[in-house]
Design a protein around this ligand. Structure first.
Ligand code: ATP
Ligand code: MG
Length: 333
């Protein structure tokens, strides 16, 4: 199921609770597609930085070659916020009159720790990475942070597009307001201080620049929304363990994503205990079956793949290749 999804899509998102195997499965899938001759970009959006550990090498915000046909990068949350603040700050400085530049700086310094800032910044980078990535790669695979975060992130493009739209409209209203005041033939400086404009040509070019910046942002978010909402191009894979909480959280995650207009394309139940390796694991296997029944009842139409608990950790290319082989074998129903 997982390999078929990968073959049929240009973008894959792996989400799920902490420690269930998102990074491992994202890497295994990405590597298997690269082995099949596709150009693949593997992106970690998880602040915990796991690709490096998995590949046993340094992976950072710049792309590195992980294997033939496979590049990887980890979005750095701190750097991402800094870049985002720099960009937004530059845009705001263009929007505001020069004497308010100090205020803009103060505002940006406060924004660094504002709620939602990390997510907004991360989303901006995800949009950029995805849109640029699709020009150069056949498949872009995202390894995301644990569940709640991912669902919020998926809902964001809509919010960000609406926010940018609001800013554009406000900007237009203010410009019109300024023009009306000036047409009154009153003291020009009143209109200026309200709209914070230079007069004449300078103001026009500045307005055009602001419009360009806001338009570009809006287009970027709209495009991101279009791509992740298009189930022919993009698939969301929920990874879980056959345990009580991961099952409940996966059901919740599916509902949250559905509310954001995103379908979960498949479920991967990882680390299944074997039924034939002693009484203890057989008992675990039976308990897992009960949790899977709950899952199937809640999400009866979703494709589901199970993968066995392995004896060792999955680290390095050889281990990933071996795991990819298991993806081809139907296991446990
Ligand atoms: N099928 C498996 N059998 C045994 N170990 C596994 C299996 N799948 C993954 N692991 C191991 O489980 C650990 C967690 O996996 P991984 O890092 O992929 O999870 P994650 O969902 O990305 O975690 P996080 O939420 O912390 O990012 C790793 O040590 C990995 O090697
Ligand atoms: Mg991970």
């Amino acid at each position: 199921m997982l390999l078929t999804l990968a073959e049929q899509h240009q973008v894959l998102f792996f989400g799920g609770k902490g420690g269930v195997g998102k990074t491992t499965l994202a890497a295994v899938t990405a590597l298997s597609q690269a082995r099949a001759g596709r150009r693949v970009l593997l992106v970690s959006t998880d602040p915990a930085h796991n690709l490096g550990h998995l590949w046993d090498r340094q992976v950072g915000p710049q792309r590195v070659r992980l294997a033939a046909g496979l590049d990887g990068l980890e979005l750095d949350p701190e750097l991402t916020v800094q870049q985002h603040l720099d960009e937004v700050g530059a845009a705001l400085r263009k929007l505001m009159p020069a004497h308010l530049a100090g205020e803009v700086d103060k505002h940006m310094a406060l924004s660094r720790d504002a709620p939602g800032m990390h997510e907004a910044a991360l989303l901006e980078r995800i949009a950029e990475t995805l849109i640029d990535g699709l020009h150069e790669y056949d498949l872009v695979v995202f390894d995301t942070a644990p569940s709640g975060h991912t669902a919020r992130l998926m809902a964001l493009p809509e919010m960000m597009a609406a926010w940018t739209e609001g800013l554009l409209q406000r900007h237009e209203r203010q410009s019109r307001f300024g023009a009306i005041l000036r047409n009154f033939g009153q003291d020009d400086s009143l209109g200026e201080s309200l709209i914070g404009g230079d007069r004449g040509e300078g103001e026009q070019t500045r307005e055009q620049r602001v419009r360009q910046i806001l338009d570009r942002r809006r287009e970027r978010f709209a495009l991101l929304r279009e791509i992740i909402g298009d189930s022919r191009r993009c698939a969301f894979v929920a990874v879980l363990a056959a345990e009580r909480l991961p099952v409940l959280e996966t059901i919740e995650l599916q509902q949250k994503l559905e509310r954001s207009g995103i379908d979960v394309a498949g479920l991967v139940v990882n680390k299944r205990s074997p039924a034939d390796a002693g009484a203890f694991l057989a008992e675990r296997h039976a308990v897992e079956e009960q949790h899977l029944t709950t899952l199937r009842e809640a999400l009866p139409t979703l494709a589901l793949q199970q993968l066995p608990l392995l004896a060792g950790d999955v680290v390095g290319e050889a281990a990933l290749d071996a795991f990819a082989e298991r993806l081809r074998q139907p296991w446990g129903g």
